[in-house]
Design a protein around this ligand. Structure first.
Ligand code: NAD
Length: 426
């Protein structure tokens, strides 16, 4: 299994191998692979001392853009890999942003709300000089949410005003995206990553000339991305038969057949019980007769048609890649398949819809929020999702054509398209 330390090395390996195979300018590629700026900061709040990171990978195409992760396993290498993927992601879907990422080494579940707020504000104070609407625009990621973006954006605006900034408030709030709608956020942002991924899946299924209702699907991770992906994939007609969160999940099987879950009902049950693992019972809101508990590792082995890792990186690796039975994998998490497992599965004929394409709906929604703040406009949810649908359909179609033209896998084609764009600032 690839360790957190190897993640950046693994990410670079995939890019180098694509670049070499397609004779891209080696000097430009090498320069691109090194992040522009790596910042590590100390954040002191009450009785705690935290380490935070912001890695600004590349800004050739626009301001740095990428989420902030709060997790006990955050490391500089992990953030560097995520920042690099952000540069590629924005390039593959044609969003005029560069790539960046941030994180704090913390298990947020051990903090009170007050401590979480102090940490979020402290992160901004420590990094104020390097972020801003035209410098670097952070967003939510694992364990961060609109409330945390609200605290962070508030702090940014407060410091700007104390520095006598004359910029209007709506402009200063463009320093963060993924904010609540009540504070310059955009309608549809919380759905955007999952929705964008489901659109890419729907279009992929069309290209494969398959009917969605004949395809079963399992989603690992039932947070912002996993839930909305499952919801829209079900709306588009796929049979979502298993979902899981960090403590395991549920699968619906009647006899030998996998049957669809009612995704909104599953979410209501999770909200009621605090975890998905308790939702296979019968009665009350979790009326799911036929449902069974499933562990995260077993979910990856299910004989479903489509597997959707939507939690963390490196969940499919050398140790378990041979157990995967799905023929299509949609990478909704960032980097959920190690480089070695990707090569193995591709050789076996598995179609991998890569993360930099599949989960780019989030950054597309963030772009609209940023634009909305700068231009003082308000997009409706329909307008936001409509624009994301257009961007994602166009990106899939370009990458699909590249794959056909070069006779390469979709993942390699996405890397190739992104590299061609980013190396030449397009
Ligand atoms: P989240 O914190 O809302 O949800 C994460 C989910 O994963 C939770 O349900 C959690 O219980 C589950 N989880 C954690 N560890 C797990 C494990 N070992 N096995 C199974 N499930 C586990 O985070 P999110 O925003 O949904 O992000 C999920 C992934 O999508 C991350 O890789 C993130 O980088 C990526 N991503 C997020 C966005 C976005 O807009 N939020 C955009 C692009 C990519």
């Amino acid at each position: 299994m690839t360790s957190q330390q190897d993640l950046f090395a693994d990410a670079k390996k995939a890019i180098l191998s694509t670049a070499q195979k397609h004779h891209l300018d080696a000097k430009l590629v090498e320069e691109f692979l090194t992040p522009n700026r790596v910042v590590a900061v100390k954040i002191v709040t009450g009785n705690h001392i935290f380490t935070g990171f912001r890695i600004q990978h590349n800004n050739k195409r626009g301001p740095y853009k990428g989420g902030i992760r709060f997790h006990q396993n955050v490391s500089k290498e992990e953030i560097a890999a995520l920042a690099l993927w952000m540069s590629l992601k924005c390039a593959v879907v044609g969003i005029p942003f560069g790539g960046g990422k941030g994180g704090v080494v913390v298990d947020p579940k051990t903090l009170t709300e007050k401590e979480l707020e102090e940490l979020s504000r402290g992160y901004v104070r420590a990094l104020y000089d390097v972020i801003g609407p035209h410098k670097d625009v952070p967003a939510p990621d694992v364990n961060t949410n609109p409330k945390i973006m609200e605290w962070m954006a508030h702090e940014y605006v407060k410091i700007s005003k104390s520095h006598r900034s004359t910029l209007p408030e709506h402009f200063l709030y463009a320093s963060f995206t993924g904010k609540p709608e009540s504070l310059y956020g955009i309608s549809g942002r919380k759905e955007s990553t999952g929705f964008g991924g489901a659109v890419v899946l729907r279009e992929t299924i069309k290209k494969l000339k398959r009917a969605p209702h004949t395809l079963s699907l399992a989603v690992q991770g039932f947070g912002n991305v996993g839930y909305h992906f499952a919801y829209y994939a079900a709306q588009f007609g796929c049979k979502v038969t298993a979902v899981s969160d960090s403590k395991g999940g549920i699968v619906m099987k009647k006899g030998n057949a996998y049957t669809p879950l009612d995704i909104p009902l599953v979410m209501r049950c999770k909200m009621e019980k605090g975890t998905l693992a308790g939702c296979y019972c019968a009665g009350g809101v979790c009326d799911m007769r036929g449902g069974k508990f499933i562990s995260n590792e077993d979910l990856l082995k299910l004989p479903v048609d489509i597997l959707v890792p939507a939690a963390l990186e490196n969940v499919i690796h050398r140790g378990n890649m041979r157990n995967v039975k799905a023929r299509i994998i949609v990478e909704m998490a960032n980097g959920p398949i190690s480089q070695e497992a990707s090569s193995y599965l591709t050789q076996k004929g598995v179609l991998i819809v890569p993360d930099i394409l599949a989960n780019a709906g989030g950054v597309s929604g963030s772009y609209l929020e940023w634009k909305q703040n700068l231009e003082q406009k308000t997009y409706t949810k329909e307008e936001t999702l409509g624009e994301i649908e257009r961007v994602m359909k166009h990106a899939l179609s370009s990458v699909w054509k590249e794959a056909e033209r070069e006779k390469i896998a979709l993942k390699e084609a996405a890397y190739l398209s992104a590299l061609k764009n980013v190396l030449h600032g397009k």
